[in-house]
Design a protein around this ligand. Sequence first.
Ligand code: C2O
Ligand code: CU
Length: 464
Amino acid sequence: MFSRRGFLTAAGAAGVLAQLPVRANALEPDLMELHATVKAVQLLPPDYPKTEIWSYAGGTPGPEIRVPQGGRVQRRFVNGLPQASTVHWHGIRAVNSMDGVAGLTQAPVPPGGSFDYDFTVRDAGTFWYHAHNRSAEQVARGLHGPLIVDEKAPPDIDWDVTLVLDDWLLEPDGGQLYPDFETRHDRSHAGRLGNFISTNGQSAWTSTVKRHERLRLRLINASNARIFILALVNFEGWVMALDGMPLPAPKTVSGDLLLGPGQRADLLVDVTAGDGEEAFLARIDDNQGYAQAAFPVRGVSSSARRGSPAPLPPNPAMEVTGLETAEHLRLDMAGGAMGALRSAVLDGQQASFRQMAEANQFWAFNGTVGMTQTPLATVARGETVRVKVSNDTAFPHAMHLHGMHFRTVDADGSMGHLRDTLLSFAGESHEIAFVADNLGDWAFHCHMLSHAASGMMTWIRVQA
Ligand code: C2O
Ligand code: CU
């Protein structure tokens, strides 16, 4: 049933065991600098060549940045890359000038340049950072890392482990990144889907555990376009938080857990396998199970499991109120292959779908392709905003709002969980609501990054 293969098709290696378990999250000695460089790393198993990637501090994912709730993140981003870049702190309700969106909140940092990021974090939870200039290329090249904010009183667990899930499109010969990051096919279909899947930059991430240990798994989908379908094997546990925000009550994991690009989930899981067995975080692909992360069980930590966990403490000022008097917006997503879009506004002019395709642009929000000088909406600070998000395309999209979390408003008026990224499948429509309490210009885009680069990008202005 379960194969250790991290490969889907191209490289074809099977049965590869990983190196030693990594128990602690290694911290960079020079925490004050976040240095981006071109680097060759052993992404594929040891008998394969190294892969040249773009890295923060020499690895992929980049170093785990970890601060207490209410603490401060201070990093000098130093750009040692051949392209201009920025760093965005995904899911963080930071001040707008620190949001790291090239062309919207800051100028891109040129090669050889640097930029100082400095902000306090209000929310505890699992976040991540990644490049936000030419993201479809730069994130695909490896420019991302985890950002963990610890609760004041963390839950009672044995091990807190961050698992960054990524998907790479590699050339079968030589194992280098497929060098065209702007193919028409990826842009007009499901995005840049890969052929090699990694956990924390490894093909077969593994670590030993003991029976009845309780783990906190912080899952981060850092891939360009892949929707991970995950399941627990020989673990029992709960979803504690989604996109960094605690659920009001832990939700028992049963069946599959979907994680779209940009999304996170915090799980508490108990090892239920016996000594000598193995537990897995499994990935389901075409009805086949694969070991996304393997946990061989060696020993027993206690004779019984702990009791059910209490919920994580809620983050401050997250209530979505004022729904009745909210401003109503629409976000109609259209375009792509097999879609119904005939024309849209491209660079200020009505363009046929064919003219769009010639410009390597395929998607529109409300009939406009990509980011323009005009925001989707300008709202007053404190206002409640409802957005009807309709997916009139043949593909799933992962809509990410910067700077503020939202809740889905369900048909019966009840509210869904707080999220910063909404997974929307073909033909679906959702309503989301948020309180526009963060001043500034906030990107709102599809996190299938090839889609964002080919039309699915807009922004919302919150003004005083
Ligand atoms: Cu995770 Cu606009 O990004
Ligand atoms: Cu999309």
